[in-house]
Ligand binder design. Structure first.
Ligand SMILES: [Zn+2]
Length: 322
């Protein structure tokens, strides 16, 4: 099966899988372009290719370039019910279904190399219907939730309740969850404890992969604080933490010459070691910043793991890839 080889000293690492990729149909690309026209600041500093359509074949090509056997497609269908969605968009439920189908079909035509996660805004009124549709049809490995994009307010009881019901449904249907947890607004210890207590506990039997290692891309103090809270919950074997995984997608700093960033990277590695490296997955978030090959080189150049640790990270594969 998939093997990983690595020569970290030479700056080369070949992960067994890329656990965080995005393709886009022309339809969702058109919506993204409308958003980018209205909110250009949201896209500043990102790879301009994010505004082009990409297929499953494109994903296989960038995986081949990096020597990576398998990849995980995270549907961007949640864009249609996001807080940034074009006002008055006709039939967001149908558009959501079509984008999810685009991702699932790409996986189905990949000979087992690609797995698809459907996307949906968990706070929209058709969220559970969409999840149940895929439970019946099959073909999806899990559900991607982008909570910043979905307007998550962790102090709202209603939001915690809706998230809990989506996690419960995923658990019932055997869907892995892949969650960009960090909201656009504040993110503190109280919020994380509440999420562990009331949300993670609802999906004790499935993988819960926290995108960007529990942050929102980049590596700042709230992300480290969140990771430390999750570390404590795992040590206490809290319900919902058995299948908890963290992907390294875009967990990068912009300025490695900055001493505060050097300290953050060292602190990240220390927390990852105490959580256990078997819970950390390579993922690139292609094409948000760069290609999988370039992303792995950036991780290698920034994170002070030793060679043996990089080997472990490169070999890690989430169960849903089987
Ligand atoms: Zn992503």
């Amino acid at each position: 099966m998939a093997t990983a080889t690595t020569l970290p000293q030479a700056g080369i690492l070949t992960p067994a899988a890329d656990h965080h990729l995005h393709i886009q149909s022309p339809q969702v690309t058109a919506e993204l372009r409308r958003v980018a026209e209205r909110l250009p600041a949201m896209f500043a500093g990102l790879n301009p290719a994010i505004l082009d359509s990409r297929s499953g074949a494109d994903a296989l090509r960038v995986l081949d370039d990096a020597g990576v056997a398998q990849g995980v497609l995270l549907s961007e269908a949640y864009m249609y019910a996001s807080v940034f969605a074009t006002a008055g968009l006709a039939n967001p439920a149908r558009l959501t279904r079509e984008e999810n189908m685009f991702n699932v079909e790409a996986a189905e035509h990949s000979g087992g190399r690609l797995k698809a996660f459907i996307g949906v805004n968990p706070f929209c009124d058709f969220a559970l219907d969409e999840i149940r549709y895929w439970g019946e049809r099959g073909g999806a490995a899990g559900i991607k939730l982008h909570l910043a994009n979905s307007g998550f307010e962790p102090d709202l009881e209603e939001h915690i309740g809706r998230l809990a019901s989506v996690f419960r449904e995923a658990n019932r249907l055997g869907f892995a969850l892949l969650v960009h947890l960090r909201p656009a607004g504040t993110y503190n210890e109280g919020h994380i404890d509440r999420i562990i207590e009331d949300v993670l506990s609802q999906a004790p039997d499935v993988v819960i992969q926290l995108a960007h290692a529990g942050g929102g891309g980049g590596l700042d103090d709230p992300t480290l604080l969140a990771l430390e809270r999750f570390c404590g919950a795992i040590a206490e074997q809290r319900p919902g933490t058995r299948g908890l995984l963290f992907d390294l997608a875009a967990v990068l700093v912009r300025d490695v010459g900055d001493s505060a960033n050097v300290e953050r990277l060292a602190r990240f590695v220390a927390v990852a070691r105490s959580i256990g490296l078997d819970r950390f997955l390579i993922g690139s978030d292609w094409p948000t910043l760069c290609s999988p090959l370039e992303h792995t080189a950036l991780l290698l150049s920034q994170m002070p793991f030793d060679d043996d640790e990089w080997l472990v990270l490169a070999r890690n594969r989430a169960d849903y890839l089987d």
